[in-house]
Design a protein around this ligand. Sequence first.
Ligand SMILES: C[S@@+](CC[C@H](N)C(=O)[O-])C[C@H]1O[C@@H](n2cnc3c(N)ncnc32)[C@H](O)[C@@H]1O
Length: 271
Amino acid sequence: MITKLYQEAKQCLVAAGVDSIEFDLRVIFEECVGKDWWFSTKPPSEEQAKKINEMLRKRAHREPLQYILGSWDFGELSFAVGPGVFIPRPETEILVLAGLEALKNVQRPVVFDLCSGSGCVGIAMGKKRPDSTVYSIEKSKEAFKYLEENIRLHALKNVMPFNEDIFSFSQVLTADIIVANPPYIKTAEIAELQKEVLFEPRLALDGGEDGLVFYKEIIKSYSHRLEFGGCFAFEVGAQQAEDVSALLKKAGFKTRQIKDLNGIHRVVFAC
Ligand SMILES: C[S@@+](CC[C@H](N)C(=O)[O-])C[C@H]1O[C@@H](n2cnc3c(N)ncnc32)[C@H](O)[C@@H]1O
């Protein structure tokens, strides 16, 4: 019976120290058996049970649920994800909304999406603004494959992927807005992160000794690439908003901070 399998699965994840067990099991059972799995009176087929057990084995090793499923929702869109690419987080949707709001009165805007990863930020903006041109720049080869795949998946012609280091991006271009969710974890804090997060690429996490290396470098290298009246919109880590705002003010920008649903200042906006 499905309830027996569910109870066994629950024990397996409890023993592995997984948080969010009920949520993960619901998603795994839905994926393997179907949306109405919990109504089912008959046992899962051999194939379904095998698929559940395979997913559970990975989850018990603390592999992120998103990698196991191979896709994850971000706002209204779904993105291909897997080992080698940073998983889109719900708080990053605020960066997209802030970016779109800033472009409300700009015709045919040019957007730089620095440190694109899966492409969730640039693709979400490009989809909502078909008149925009988005340049999505990602250094990692593995992450870049997902970026390309996600652009194809959403059939976008206005999002241009570049497999480059943002600090040697060679195109001579200017932007109306530069959005970025760069690596911002302090190097010394990486080892203490949740086991699941350590499956994600270090290149996506490591923000240097003070966590601020990317913000400093982006402000230095990209301020002159903003159009007159152009803006930066940065996602920042908890307790980084003041430091990032200070860096931007020092460079001559006026700043605004936007909170996420947990009341944390999550986006710093600068014009
Ligand atoms: C925190 S992740 C954000 C990914 C995506 N924008 C998102 O919000 O889900 C940071 C990304 O920056 C990329 N990255 C790190 N250093 C880079 C560099 N010098 N140039 C371009 N991309 C870089 C990482 O590979 C990773 O994909």
